[in-house]
Design a protein around this ligand. Structure first.
Ligand code: F0G
Length: 457
């Protein structure tokens, strides 16, 4: 079978800069060795995030021109609502400006202080918003997720036994929410199976516990289900996604991913009373019910993006692009979390740089080297992000793995960009011993990775 090319061609382009090695060294030093402090015009290939970084389509831009900016009841809201209702099936839909705004509004009205939110894995802002509501965020990933090399198809699943044990045990009455993240961004972009979601729904029903989806990558999860799970080959990605939403009591979606837009989010609900409370909160903090912090033109782009993202030709091409990128990287001598997901690849930096201890932040060292050698921006997911530190910023409890995430913006980079990144990684893998570790110079209390500053050892 001859692989098909992407189902789109490029119409508008944006230049990317190529700095000299000396300029890159100066830039990363001035940034305190934190890629969040780099300027976009210092970066050649930006794989920091797949969020809000995708390319818009001609149809989305045409729709944006029709944006209705009325304060209340804008036509654009109804077009957005119809697309979101068709996809999710939820009767109550609230637009928000991005995912974490939805988290704040929902948790403030659903979770009480002292309660527990259980997830396959909370995303970092989700975790922070659960804590800011006074509740505890508890991750119960399935056991297969701990083996980075295993080819198990659904390593994003929740551990069903652990979930049931928690609900039946002494903490059971404190569980206020079960939130399934699809796909599991915190754990290697691994998908969640429909069987796992069905089992979670059944358990939650038995214990009368609300069950929600954090569905930022609902279309990509649906595509992986269609490829890997028996019984879904004949359904469309949209039908599979709709089936997933049907199983839950509601959803949070950051639409900056599978909404194919730069900004946007959604709260979907079945419960009218909860909707009323969330709506009051939304109006006070985000905006009126029919725009929720978004412009009419954003709502238009979203209404169109939600239809484009479930196109099988698009999803197939994106999944194959990531799979090819993974093969290039693996052939260049760097291991990635297996199997490859869709929105990002996770490099096993701990294995590539065994001469660095977790306290020397091997993942972060690789992030810096990718920038120094190739102007490539990526993100550490290791002890710098997740480890427990003492007052002198020394690692007390390391993260379970030292990973680096290469997030893949939608419809943005071509095969040559990925080949370039793989080549830079290949050169690093030929002589990894030369790479030195880092130590923390200063760090904030919460959400450390965004503002931390480091120094090379
Ligand atoms: N949930 C998941 C699973 C996410 O991946 C994100 C964001 C959010 C919620 C929050 O949404 O950014 O719109 O407020 N993930 C981005 C990332 C930032 O790079 O993975 P947001």
């Amino acid at each position: 079978r001859i692989p098909l090319p992407p189902p789109y061609r490029i119409k508008v382009v944006e230049p990317i800069p190529f700095l000299s090695p000396q300029q890159r060294r100066e830039a990363i030093t001035a940034a305190g060795y934190n890629p969040f402090n780099l300027r976009a015009d210092q970066i050649t290939v930006d794989l920091l995030s797949d969020s809000g970084t995708g390319a818009s389509s001609a149809a989305q831009e045409a729709a944006a021109a029709l944006g209705d900016e009325s304060y209340a009841g804008a036509r654009s809201f109804f077009r957005f609502r119809d697309a979101a209702a068709e996809l999710t099936g939820y009767p109550y839909l609230l637009p928000v400006h991005q995912g974490r705004a939805g988290e704040r509004v929902l948790f403030a009205n659903l979770l009480r202080p002292g309660q527990i939110c259980i997830s396959n894995t909370h995303f970092d802002t989700t975790h922070a918003n659960v804590e800011m509501a006074g509740a505890e965020a508890r991750d119960l990933p399935c056991r297969e997720a701990a083996d980075l090399d295993s080819l198990e198809p659904f390593k994003g699943n929740i551990d069903l036994d652990a979930l049931e044990r928690t609900l039946a045990g002494p903490d059971g009455s404190r569980v206020g929410l079960v939130l399934m993240t699809i796909t599991n961004n915190g754990l290697g972009a691994q998908p969640v199976s429909m069987a796992n979601l069905e089992a979670v729904a059944a358990i939650c029903r038995r214990y009368s516990t609300p069950f929600f989806l954090d569905a930022a990558r609902f279309a990509e999860n649906a595509w992986l289900v269609r490829q890997k799970e028996d019984g879904y080959q004949d359904l469309t990605p949209q039908q599979i996604a709709t089936r997933a939403f049907e199983l839950a009591d509601g959803c949070l979606i950051s639409l900056k991913k599978d909404g194919l837009t730069a900004i946007g989010g959604l709260i979907g609900l079945r419960d009218e009373e909860l909707f009323g409370r969330c709506e009051a909160n939304l109006i006070a903090t985000e905006g009126f019910t029919t725009y929720g912090g978004l412009a009419g033109r954003d709502l238009e782009r979203l209404a169109q993006g939600l239809r484009e993202v479930v196109d099988p030709a698009y999803l197939s091409s994106r999944a194959e692009q990531t799979a090819r990128f993974a093969r290039m990287i693996n052939e260049a001598g760097v291991d990635t979390v297996q199997p490859a997901g869709i929105h990002a690849l996770y490099l096993n930096a701990g294995r590539l740089l065994p001469h660095l201890s977790p306290g020397e932040f091997p993942g972060h060292s690789l992030v810096c080297q990718l920038y120094l050698d190739g102007g490539i921006r990526s993100a550490e997911l290791g002890s710098l992000y997740l480890g427990a530190l003492d007052a002198d910023h020394r690692v007390v409890t390391p993260a379970p793995f030292e990973l680096v995430r290469l997030a893949i913006p939608r419809r943005v980079y071509t095969e040559e960009h990925f080949a370039y990144v793989a080549a830079v990684l290949g050169a690093i893998a030929k002589n990894p011993e030369r790479i030195r570790g880092y130590r923390i110079a200063s760090a904030p209390e919460r959400l450390r990775h965004f503002k931390v500053r480091l120094e090379p050892l």
